[in-house]
Write a protein that binds this ligand. Sequence first.
Ligand code: AFP
Length: 295
Amino acid sequence: MATTVNPPNASDADSVDEIVRAVASLAPEIRACLPGRRVERGETNPSGETQLAADAHADDLLLEEIGAIDDVVEYASEERESVLDVGDGTGLSVGVDPLDGSSNLKPNNTMGTIVAVYDAPLPASGRDLVAAAYVLYGPITTMAVARDGHVTEYVVDDGTLEAVREEVELPADPLVYGFGGRVPDWTDEFAEYAREVESDERMKLRYGGAMIGDINQVLTYGGVFAYPTLESAPEGKLRLQFEGNPIGYIIECAGGRSSDGERSLLAVEPTDLHQRVPLYVGNEGLIDRLESALA
Ligand code: AFP
């Protein structure tokens, strides 16, 4: 399903280039700081989650680099209560999840950085995105960048952008699924959908506790990732501005679908900077079936 993407104007395109290069340049430094920053800060972020020193440090590095770009006028992150004005007049607003999957640091598992570039003040609609990207700190440090309806994968081990996959699209035959939350906390409707997917002998479980690692599996092999509505948390866990919108944009640019259970994540009305949203992304057929199951 083609994503209706904003055709960025020339200056936006140049600024998006600068933002992408800035994030890539920081990837080695953010990664290098991880081993020594497993410690908890004794503080929680606006979503009430324990902050690791690594979260805050990555956030500071990203604010400094991204905030210095002329056309960027707002910076916001999962780790900060409110939007920071970093420029004058109109321009781009950047939302960041500095370290997605920080609870994976202790068990030395994958983590990521998510970046959403909007051409509207935050909180903004996913339809206001002009680009979205994530860095995956895996065996290799890679970066997926979605812009102008296309997804490109880069290796960024040394902080420069080496394109390794152009026009990335979800494979037509889905292979993997990953469903977050505790099974007893799933709604009956989602549990029924999950059972259907799990019983499909072509599909196999891939859930790593850091969405970016799981999303990259879906982008590579095809499939579905969900952090669903929970009985205890009807809005799910993930944040629209910093996770739902950018991941929905990337998957839709790669030919897949996104949903909050009823509609594209990009069509969800923004009401609060840290609002949560149920998140379902993957191959079109799997998301269509999901929406039917939840209807
Ligand atoms: P942390 O950044 O607190 O580790 O949360 C990661 C995350 O937001 C997302 O990356 C994962 O998919 C999801 O939470 C994992 O949540 P559970 O720990 O409830 O499975």
